[in-house]
Design a protein around this ligand. Structure first.
Ligand code: ZN
Length: 414
């Protein structure tokens, strides 16, 4: 009997202890009124978000944009920042869509040049969205962010968010309408654009299909010959008119920072420099990716980075966005290739990607840092694009800037 009173007494004391602070809070009418207002405001915001989502006909695609939305956003940003941002068309895709590059330049000549590329594989919209984040950051940061001002003072930056607009448009449309897409990687000619660049004559004929295939049905079909596609030809012609010291491509997925070689295992003469760049990228990530040469993922024939490094001595790097563990919605192909938490992925890559422009500047100002001297020998499918040379040599002969159309590139006259 005595112990039962003891238990009841303890329970009562605990109840009083737990309830007392709540009662104390509730006793202040100003706090109570304020918390009610906060709650009502949050509920109203959620209601508006649900309403906007219901009315958004592309809600199944979010947070990604359709091609039309991406184009409109690029035009809006350029219109809002005249004198800094311009959108240029460097060619047209197989189905006649414009191939757009956004240029950031403060006007002065002779600066380093850096190029960011996204979405060469149609379903990999995440790369295009990280490119768009770079564009927004540079445009909005000018005059407010000292790091942005520093980069724009040192270099002209170019960003091409969508390199495969025909099939990107189709992947985005299918996802927006049905919430489902097939495996959409290649261009409208069924060519894997990132296997359509020139390659070394001694490249093996037979490798894994992912390296690049001669069969049209393969997901990595190389096309009838290197640069057979307008998207790849126009990109190389554009690069040839400039003196890019570094080019960085965004793909998905896997969480990797990669650099040449992609075809053969021997490290390049600039392996140490590439590793420093990749390590610097990784050091700036809060969720670090793995660092390794491209061949460690799988060998490739006709991929962009090897060709840019071989022919121009460009420090060409690639990031595979999104670690597998972050891919929450892996039930459909679209979400296998596009990170769901896009804001997080952008935050993990934005400053690291911008830091690559510092390397472009360093190599532009100190060309002796680059050990590779592009040779006279040609790779299979290499076009007549004027004399090859190290970036510093090219800088002297190509300061016309974007859209000048004065390059010596016959491939533009297709
Ligand atoms: Zn890809």
């Amino acid at each position: 009997m005595k112990s039962r009173f003891w238990i009841l007494g303890m329970a009562g004391a605990l109840w009083l202890l737990g309830a007392a602070p709540v009662q104390a809070k509730r006793q202040d009418p100003r706090v109570e009124e304020y918390l009610d207002q906060v709650k009502a405001r949050r509920e109203e915001e959620k209601r508006q978000e649900r309403k906007a989502r219901r009315q958004d006909q592309n809600r199944r695609l979010r947070p990604y944009l359709t091609l039309e939305e991406m184009d409109a956003e690029l035009d809006r940003i350029a219109a809002g920042h005249p004198g800094l941002v311009s959108v240029e068309e460097i060619g047209k895709s197989r189905e006649g869509r414009p191939l757009k590059v956004v240029r950031f330049s403060t006007g002065s000549q002779g600066k380093a040049e850096m190029l960011y590329l996204g979405n060469i594989h149609a379903q990999e919209l995440a790369g295009g969205m990280v490119c768009l984040a770079i564009i927004r950051h540079l445009a909005e940061g000018r005059g407010k962010d000292c790091y942005v001002d520093y980069l724009l003072e040192k270099a002209d930056l170019y960003v091409a968010p969508v390199q495969n607009p025909d099939r990107m448009a189709s992947a985005a449309r299918k996802q927006a309408r049905y919430g489902l897409t097939g495996f959409i990687r290649k261009n409208a000619d069924q060519v894997d654009l990132n296997r359509n660049f020139p390659y070394p004559p001694e490249a093996p004929e037979r490798l894994k299909a992912s390296a690049g295939s001669h069969r049209k049905c393969s997901t990595s079909f190389r096309g009838p010959e290197p640069l057979s596609e307008p998207e790849t030809r126009d990109l190389i012609a554009f690069i040839d008119r400039h003196h890019f010291a570094a080019v960085h491509s965004f793909h998905t997925s896997g969480g990797m920072i990669m650099f040449p070689p992609g075809t053969f295992p021997e490290p390049t003469p600039d392996d140490e420099l590439f590793r420093q760049m990749a390590q610097g990228y990784q050091d700036l990530q809060f969720d670090p990716y793995r660092v390794h040469p491209e061949i460690d993922l799988y060998p490739t024939i006709g991929a962009l980075d090897d060709y840019l490094y071989h022919h121009y001595g460009i420090l060409a790097t690639t990031v595979e966005l999104g670690k597998r563990s972050q891919l929450l919605h892996r039930l459909t192909i679209f979400w296998m290739y596009n990170v769901y938490e896009l804001d997080r992925e952008i935050a993990n890559n934005l400053l690291p990607a911008l830091s690559l422009a510092e390397w472009a500047t360093k190599v532009h100002e100190n060309p002796e840092l680059l050990k590779w001297q592009p040779p006279a020998e040609r790779w299979v499918g290499e076009p007549e694009l004027g004399p090859s040379g190290a970036p510093a040599e090219k800088a002297a002969r190509s300061s016309e800037g974007l859209g000048s159309g004065t390059g010596t590139c016959p491939v533009r006259d297709r």
